[in-house]
Design a protein around this ligand. Structure first.
Ligand code: FE2
Ligand code: FE2
Length: 326
């Protein structure tokens, strides 16, 4: 088991610290002749009926959604971290400073993602809707047990690590500006994921096995909420694709689009976090049953194994959260 320290994490965060002006603005522009997202997340190549330029447009639409969805999740991470910090301002000075550094970086990331969305809107020329509004989603998420919310945040921040290290870092085909965004975000998220582990451990301390089980079920409920959002996001992306390209897909093509893109979204925002080894290790430390529960539902949000005839728009949400879809 790896244990993290507030002092070491703070020192690393202070070294990484960058300014928004260093990343976007002036001659630092998005290049719309290039893809923005790695194929393992975008999965446009599976849509063989699209031309190369149409695949690139869809890839960029997925990039716009990534900006919007990350901006949105950061809007509940920021108040959560502040609320977690506020009751213990006395005591461990490194803890207070590390958590406030974390909150300050998330406020900066919210701003950064907004700046990229403005830049995207100017260059792309078509509106790309994103699920929301962020305040309503934040309210729904933050209504849950703080341990469940901390698990969601842990999931999101390790997931960001995985996106960059597994899919973005060595992909030379991506637009350098979009890649720079993902790299700089990853640099700071690397410290957040460690602080999330410490937050989860603090919130789980002293809880009984049944209380841990209940919190993990709430984590899965929030996953069900996100999954419902992703179903909607695929419809927004299909609409944006139609407007941006003028290509109207026939019934078979739009069915394939929805299946492939929903599974791509599920891997991007759910599966890649639920199966991250550090997320599973933290869950296993809370209770072996918690880890097993998440491992059992995770495959539905990963790469393979779901036949076309399964109604993907319903099945995994039911697995995550039977109460929501009963
Ligand atoms: Fe962030
Ligand atoms: Fe973060």
């Amino acid at each position: 088991m790896i244990s993290y320290s507030y002092q070491v994490t703070l020192a690393t965060a202070q070294k990484a610290n960058w300014r928004i002006e260093d990343i976007i603005g002036g001659d630092k522009r998005l290049d719309f002749s290039q893809p923005f997202m790695p194929e393992s997340l975008a999965r446009v190549e599976q849509l063989g009926f699209l031309r190369a330029d149409e695949k690139r447009v869809l890839n960029q639409i997925r990039g716009a959604a990534y900006l919007g969805i990350f901006g949105l999740v950061e809007e509940f991470i920021l108040p959560f971290v502040l609320d977690h910090t506020r009751p213990q301002l006395q005591g461990d000075d490194y803890r207070v400073r590390a958590l406030l550094q974390f909150a300050g970086e998330e406020a900066k990331h919210i701003h950064l993602f907004k700046r990229f969305r403005e830049e995207f809107a100017q260059g792309f020329g078509h509106d790309c809707a994103v699920i929301g509004p962020p305040a309503a989603i934040a309210q729904a998420v933050l209504a849950h047990d703080p341990l469940a919310v901390a698990l969601v945040i842990l999931h999101i921040e390790w997931m960001t690590q995985r996106h960059y290290l597994d899919s973005v870092k060595y992909d030379q085909s991506l637009d350098p500006q979009f890649k720079s965004l993902l790299k700089h975000h990853w640099m700071e998220e690397a410290q957040h994921a460690k602080l999330d582990t410490l937050m989860v451990e603090a919130l789980a301390a002293g809880r009984s096995a049944s209380e841990i089980t209940a919190a993990v079920e709430e984590y899965l409920e929030i996953g069900g909420l996100i999954d419902g959002g992703l179903i909607q996001q695929v419809e927004f992306d299909l609409d944006a694709f139609t407007r941006a390209t003028g290509r109207v897909l026939n019934e078979a093509e739009s069915g394939q689009f929805r299946r492939v893109q929903l599974q791509a979204n599920r891997w991007t925002y759910l599966g890649s976090g639920m199966t991250h080894k550090r997320v599973l290790a933290t869950l296993g430390n809370l209770s072996p049953a918690a880890r097993k529960r998440v491992e059992e539902v995770a495959p539905a949000f990963c790469y393979a194994g779901i036949a076309d005839e399964v109604d993907l728009r319903q099945a995994p949400t039911r697995m995550l959260c039977p109460a929501l879809s009963a």
